[in-house]
Write a protein that binds this ligand. Structure first.
Ligand code: C2O
Ligand code: CU
Length: 492
């Protein structure tokens, strides 16, 4: 009955922690039931060589003894036989953070419960929601300590493929498993015969399956440290069944902390229908497409014609292409045609007024100066990168001034220059931008929240500052973010 006592202590401590979120939900009126996301440890078979302990996941289950899904002291759970830590009969994908389904324009609630042994938060990558829900500790919300929770409540304005992850000790927490995909549905989307969601990421595991050091400093100062095991939905080369000759919507999210993919398909035809959540104006045939950390691709895939035939999604970056996942045709052909799919409806992203837009120069550079500050959300202990010559010192209270202050409702053009020989997937929270021009690309993507800036690329990014708050702007190669390549804009 020790557990019972500890449980009560845990609950008492939580009374306060949840009060804030509950009040918020009440004010908003009809808040939906929250999606439980219990950040916790688990174990999973990811590498061929053995089970990985201390994997982190978001557990969506409401446990029997805890109908509200509220956290207890993380020590309690280890003694609770009713909670299954590892089910050898299940593939690792069963332990993966759930694909969260939301609806465009409808409120969504999530209750983060922290059963890890360190603070955490959730950031909803690409969702243009209120700043207070953005999940950046020190900047938009308090840390969520072990045993505590936080209630998120927001209404996604855009449909598409997005994702979620912590914004605290992110190299460690994301590297350990905390990256999940979000699907924001739009009832007006065309219907497919099937949908497959792929969460692409790597793991830094040793031969026996245990985690190894999350990064190497000399790699952090270059392109970033790669994982040793490559997965889609926490599996090595999974195979998915879909109707022969059918049309499948494949939603691909690159949630790895480092890897830039070059996506391609063999054995079937596919069209790119959306990038980073936003529909492309004219769908185009998938040939080879770069996908940086944080970015997403939506494909309309036409399955092979006969039962048993496979199409393979691969990574064609570098000299040794490899298979990410395969799609196997089942049943008799539905005989569908890619032209059967109507275009996706556009999201309501404001177009910048270029004639009045103020231009803001932004330079990405390497730097060696400056000591990183120790931070509750994890410092890597090095500084290698800077934005406009200022390296982010760490996630400390009010660390540096905003990179710029934007007036609410006004238009801006970020004139961004990558002065490094490495690609950087640059992500802006809370606002979407349009790539107006670039010295490195002819095909301009639809509005986005993450641009994969190529070495020496100079681009003009137009946006309307229509969401007030402090919005982080950083490289999504997490080692770069955490060694200086981070900043924020203030919109007021
Ligand atoms: Cu994917 Cu700062 O975020
Ligand atoms: Cu970078």
């Amino acid at each position: 009955m020790l557990d019972r006592r500890m449980f009560l202590q845990g609950s008492a401590a939580l009374g306060g922690a949840f009060a804030l979120g509950a009040g918020l939900a009440a004010r908003a009126g009809a808040a939906p039931d929250p999606q439980i996301l219990t950040a916790r440890f688990t174990e999973a078979q990811i590498a061929a060589g053995g089970i990985t302990p201390r994997v982190m996941t978001y557990d969506p289950r409401v446990t029997a003894h805890d109908p509200r899904g509220i956290a207890h002291d993380p020590r309690v759970i280890l003694h609770d036989p009713r909670v299954i830590l590892h089910d050898p009969g299940n593939p690792a994908s069963a332990a993966m953070p759930p694909v969260l389904r939301m609806r465009k324009g409808e409120p969504f609630a999530a209750r983060l419960v922290n059963r890890l042994d360190e603070p955490t938060t959730v950031h909803w990558h690409g969702l243009r929601i209120a700043n207070a829900m953005d999940g950046v500790p020190e900047m938009t919300q308090p840390y969520v300590y072990p045993g505590d929770g936080f209630d998120y409540l927001f209404t996604p304005p855009d449909a598409g493929t997005f994702w979620y992850h912590p914004h605290c000790n992110t190299l460690m927490q994301m590297g350990s498993g905390l990256t999940g995909v979000i699907v924001v549905e739009n009832p007006e989307d065309p219907t497919f015969d099937s949908e497959i969601v792929l969460n692409l990421r790597d793991w830094r595991l040793g031969a026996g399956g245990a985690f190894i050091a999350p990064f190497k400093p000399r790699d952090a100062a270059r392109g970033g440290t790669y994982g040793t095991v490559r997965t889609a939905n926490w599996q090595r080369e999974p195979v998915y069944d879909a109707p022969a000759g059918g049309l499948v919507r494949v939603r691909i999210a690159a949630t790895d902390v480092t890897r830039i993919y070059t996506i391609g398909l063999e054995g079937a035809e596919a069209r790119v229908i959306a990038l980073d959540g936003n529909p492309v104006e004219i769908p185009f045939a998938l040939d080879r497409l770069d996908l940086g950390p944080g970015q997403r691709i939506d494909l309309a895939l036409r399955m092979p014609q006969s039962e048993g035939q496979q199409a393979r999604l691969g990574n064609f970056r570098g000299s040794n292409p490899w298979t990410i996942a395969a799609f196997r045709a089942v049943g008799t052909s539905l005989k569908r045609d890619l032209r059967d799919i109507a275009p996706l409806p556009a999201n309501p992203i404001a177009e910048a007024d270029i004639s009045t837009a103020r231009r803001i120069p932004i330079e990405l550079t390497a730097t060696a100066e400056h000591e990183p500050a120790a931070s509750i959300c994890g410092s890597l202990g090095y500084t290698f990168w800077a934005i406009n010559k200022v390296p982010w010192p760490g996630d400390t209270p009010d660390p540096v001034a905003p990179i710029d202050e934007l007036k609410f409702g006004k238009s801006y053009v970020l004139e961004i220059a990558n002065r490094t020989p490495h690609a950087h997937p640059i992500h802006l929270h809370g606002l979407s931008f349009r790539v107006l021009a670039s010295n490195k690309r002819s095909l301009l993507p639809p509005p986005t929240d993450t641009i994969l800036l190529l070495p020496d690329e100079q681009a003009q990014l137009a946006l309307v500052a229509d969401n007030p708050g402090d919005w982080v702007f950083h490289c999504h190669i997490i080692e770069h973010q955490k060694t200086g390549m981070s900043a924020y804009f203030r919109v007021a």
